[in-house]
Design a protein around this ligand. Structure first.
Ligand code: FES
Length: 194
């Protein structure tokens, strides 16, 4: 059950906005637009299959579609860094051409994949730990977790127990776009809120 607390003498949003010149008040919608996320309205059916069935509008937040690089600039086993889905905590990611086919891989050889850098154990950055010989990220400097980039970031060894979040990619011509995330970024309870 949701508990709502009402502060009897608290000023209204309008009054606060007047006092501070609207500088700090950000609506949820503006926040989402400002962070690159997109909100769309879809129709959903309530009480489907019953006499009370009705269509109601619902707002859904979707991942931003972000250009992160081009196929032609990628060199095998040389990761390129980018931030996704925003520039907030643990948003550092990498895209790499593995040279071998990989789960979720894009491009002619299905060997281009992208992952978030934050170790799923305690959030240590895996930046700089790519190993061309094993197509892996790690071992993490803190507790040695290592992730297989050919198999959706599954844990190979170490103390983590979750796969590394994989960035979903799309290709359009030579351009590579990030369009979503498979898995939860460390430290977030929602990938779209850092
Ligand atoms: S933070 Fe990476 S293994 Fe513990």
């Amino acid at each position: 059950m949701t508990k709502t607390t009402v502060y009897q003498n608290a000023p209204s949003r309008k009054e606060v906005a007047k006092q501070i010149g609207h500088k700090c008040l950000v609506s949820r919608r503006n926040f989402l637009v400002g962070t690159g996320a997109t909100t769309v309205t879809i129709m959903v059916t309530l009480n489907a299959g019953t006499a009370d069935a009705k269509q109601v509008p619902a707002q859904v937040t979707t991942y931003p579609r972000k250009l992160i690089g081009t196929l032609s600039e990628l060199k095998q086993d040389k990761p390129l860094d980018f931030n996704y889905p925003d520039d907030g905590a643990h948003s550092e990611c990498m895209v790499v051409k593995l040279g071998v086919q990989a789960g979720g891989g894009i491009g002619a050889d299905k060997d281009v994949v992208a992952y978030n850098y934050a170790c799923t154990h305690q959030g240590n950055s895996l930046s700089g730990s790519y190993k061309a010989e094993t197509k892996s990220l790690g071992a993490c400097a803190l507790h040695l977790s290592t992730y297989d980039l050919t198999r959706h970031g599954i844990l190979i060894s170490g103390q983590a127990y979750q796969s590394l979040p994989q960035i979903l990619l799309e290709v359009e011509g030579d351009n590579i776009y990030a369009t979503g995330i498979f898995g939860l970024i460390f430290g977030r309870d929602d990938n779209l809120h850092s």
